[in-house]
Design a protein around this ligand. Sequence first.
Ligand code: HEC
Ligand code: HEC
Ligand code: HEC
Ligand code: HEC
Ligand code: HEC
Length: 449
Amino acid sequence: MKNITIILIPALVVLYIFFYENSNSWSSEKTAHYQLSQFISPETCGGCHEQIYEQWQGSMHKLAYDDVIYNSVANAGLVGLTDKDEIEEAEHCQTCHTPVGYITGYPLKTSDDKTKIAEIAKQGVQCDYCHSITGAYSVYNAKFKYAPGNGEDDPGVKRGPFKDSESDYHQSEFSDFHTKSELCGTCHDVQHVTFKTWLETTYQEWKNSTYSKQGVQCQDCHMYQRPGYPSTGSTDRPKNPGTAAEGSVEREHIFTHYFVGANMAIPIKEQNTALAQMAEERLKNAVDIKIEPKAEMDKSGKGSKIIIKIINNGAGHQIPTGLTNIRQVWLNVTVTDSKGAVIYKSGVPDAKGYLPENTIIYSTIFGDGKGNPVDNLAKAREIISDKRLEPMKEHVENIDIGNFDGSVTVKASLLYSGLSQKVADSMKELKGMNIPVVVMKEVKAVVTK
Ligand code: HEC
Ligand code: HEC
Ligand code: HEC
Ligand code: HEC
Ligand code: HEC
């Protein structure tokens, strides 16, 4: 009898731990595990990490919950759904846009009452959330592992890039995970929860690029940028020496927390001109365009094609990336003959800001599973088309301009807008909103036959 208990008790302990660990990993993807009181407000962190706090304060991470574009798209996505799989996806947005709320139990659904959300959860992707992460179960849909502390009085361990970091307030620990793209990719790859359609694939795009092979992480571009230093693939990415906290040791590089992408509409709305300008600097250092000096004539001699080569030499992923069914990147081409008359144009927006039919657009179109395009992410059963600019690959467009005499002047530009004006105008909260258009690159060349 005694022998059996000696074996049985450890066996039960092992079994318990095994099932507890597994249930933990499974259910942490589904339900709340943490108390709101475990998380510390960004203002508290800002008490010592003043510069980092100020940078983050204006960022799209801070605004992920408040963002009017996000909220309009999320609210519109809930309207008129009857299919339970579609509803499940539409009710899943807060996972990344209100992450502290989601992992502490409210809101668990997109449609949950906004007035009941705690203040701290409204601060979007925040300090204590990111610095309590210890790893990920899978690199998509925010499937993170966390080890937060117990609130302000017992802040626990904050994980980051330093191996020798000391603070009187919290424990510090080096975390390899924080230095790698996987931390970012766990939110920046988004899969439809029921149909498994990939809605955002920034991490996979990076993983398949030369940057990942060279070990250039998301952080190496996005956490080096500061005013005047766009820090893209086509510019230098100089280090940012300084201190991480008031009065702490000098470091060779302090990772910036502006998290600049391409969003200008929201920073402009928030009157954050510095962030909008950094987004513009980033976009203006992302691509190169070449126009071949000779047109390609067809055999009959009646037609000719202008050859335009675009290279994404600045982004560590496709252009555009992220939510590419709403982003709009397009080519504007104008051809004038030797007398100055325009003989061809495409990609010139009309008075309303809408693009004509023949525009060459780089984007993703989702479908309902029967080949019909859908705007609502919840209905995305398939990807109908995905035409974008891969990192460090040349993309060639052949543009048919008919016959011409002598030579022509070709002007080609690549433009970016975070949201098509048509989509903006279709939503009541966004109607009339200023959606800036950035000229990423513009080139001009004389082309002969
Ligand atoms: C009382 C001041 C103080 C407060 C409040 C504070 N920190 Fe720190 N923290 C420091 C100091 C000092 C360091 C050391 C800096 C260094 O090593 O260069 C530090 C280091 C860090 C590091 C680097 C850890 C590593 O090993 O790489 C992270 C991450 C961090 N803090 C996050 C936070 C977060 C998140 C909060 C809010 C929950 C916070 N801190 C609040 C003072 C503070
Ligand atoms: C999206 C996740 C994320 C958020 C939000 C975030 N950080 Fe960080 N932070 C990081 C990463 C990642 C690094 C290290 C980058 C690396 O090593 O490549 C870092 C580095 C740090 C460091 C080390 C010094 C440095 O900047 O290199 C401190 C201190 C820090 N963060 C504090 C904060 C504070 C305070 C806030 C909120 C105001 C905050 N972080 C918000 C991800 C985040
Ligand atoms: C908890 C999930 C989460 C993590 C972790 C995360 N992000 Fe984000 N990130 C978001 C969300 C959500 C947005 C969009 C907010 C919005 O536009 O409303 C965003 C926005 C951004 C933007 C701005 C995009 C634009 O269009 O301007 C950049 C750049 C960015 N993240 C980079 C990073 C990097 C680099 C890391 C890793 C160090 C990271 N993110 C980690 C969720 C996350
Ligand atoms: C070699 C530098 C570089 C690396 C590495 C890089 N990016 Fe970017 N990123 C850029 C540039 C340049 C842009 C602006 C052009 C664009 O919008 O794609 C950008 C834009 C973005 C945007 C806004 C997208 C849009 O089109 O609206 C997000 C989000 C983003 N990056 C996230 C990430 C994440 C996450 C990673 C890592 C998986 C990453 N980036 C790696 C350079 C980089
Ligand atoms: C797994 C994490 C995740 C989930 C879940 C998620 N998002 Fe996002 N969302 C992001 C990231 C990361 C970005 C930034 C990428 C970019 O800038 O294109 C983003 C950006 C956006 C933007 C662009 C905001 C702007 O200012 O341009 C909209 C709109 C949006 N999401 C809507 C939604 C909706 C609607 C849902 C639910 C159906 C949802 N998201 C669910 C991670 C997520």
